[in-house]
Design a binder for this molecule. Structure first.
Ligand code: 6CS
Length: 282
């Protein structure tokens, strides 16, 4: 009889632990883990003003600053950032290398299916960086497709890469660019005909480049305004909800606007839409 009980007890325990692994982690479990860890591991891209790593290693940018403020109120003292390509952020999150992505990772249906986004944080339109005078007259991704020879630089796995491909720019004319400085240099050297990032990112590059031979085309015609959110693992929805509760309080109190608006973002833009609307948008 004991032998049977042992076997059935073992089978029951195995079934229970398998069930537990597949169940959403409770907020107290995930949040307790982060509190014990003393920080939340965030994925960023180092693309000012969304995210930035200063020469001394300090992490800033609107997305990490919002995340740091929210986590502090949840009892998690700081954030520790690792730089990732946009296309690697969600796989890194799912593999447990990050606790959350706070990088300006725009909400789109396919991403909303893969992660648990918070409510909107940073919204922006898309832009082109071109040579002064916009010699090829680019106003949309379709213009680049129609040109026949023109090349466009964009982040790997990023929204602008996807928009160019969906507009019909062939794969071999969509050049993956690792970061803003590389994109700027490639454009200045004539190795790409345009470089595409969100408007505020392109404006930041141009301001720092101090190069009169550059021009910004913004907004890119036909491209939507996107918003990001903090992206959690699918089974961390309870932690995501805790994050959202604090984010909503900060939006209401004005603290959210005080963080994002000095970077050039509109708090109202994020507050006038929802994760539900953005995840449903095509
Ligand atoms: O979410 C994205 O894919 C885009 N977000 C930002 C902030 N920059 C470029 C990237 O493609």
């Amino acid at each position: 009889m004991i032998r049977m009980i042992t076997v059935s007890a073992l089978l029951g325990a195995a079934a229970l632990s398998a069930l537990a692994m597949s169940m959403p982690a409770k907020a107290d479990e995930s949040l307790d883990k982060l509190k014990a860890q003393g920080f939340a591991r965030i994925a960023i891209a180092n693309e000012p003003p969304f995210t930035a790593v200063k020469a001394d290693g300090t992490v800033s940018g609107a997305a990490p600053d919002v995340a740091r403020a929210v986590f502090k109120k949840l009892g998690v003292n700081d954030v520790v950032a690792s730089i990732s390509e946009y296309g690697a952020m969600i796989p890194g999150l799912q593999a447990g290398r990050h606790d959350v992505v706070t990088a300006g990772l725009f909400m789109k249906p396919e991403r909303c299916n893969a992660v648990a986004y918070s409510e909107p944080v940073l919204c922006d339109a898309e832009a082109f960086l071109v040579k002064k005078g916009n010699p090829k007259g680019f106003k949309s991704y379709a213009d680049i497709a129609k040109d026949g020879k023109a090349t466009i630089g964009a982040p790997g796995g990023g929204t602008e890469e996807r928009l160019a491909l969906e507009a019909g720019v062939p794969r071999d004319r969509v050049i993956v660019v690792p970061d803003g400085q590389s994109g700027l240099k490639m454009l200045q050297d004539g190795r790409i005909d345009t470089y595409s990032l969100p408007v505020l990112s392109i404006n930041d590059l141009v301001k720092k480049a101090n190069d009169p031979n550059l021009e910004v085309i913004a907004p890119v015609q036909g491209a939507p305004v996107y918003c990001d959110g903090a992206a959690f693992r699918k089974n961390d929805t309870a932690l995501r909800d805790e994050f959202d509760t604090v984010l909503a309080e900060m939006k209401k109190s004005g603290e959210f606007a005080k963080i994002v608006e000095p970077y050039g973002f509109s708090a109202q833009a994020a507050m006038s839409t929802t994760r539900e609307k953005l995840c449903a948008a095509q």
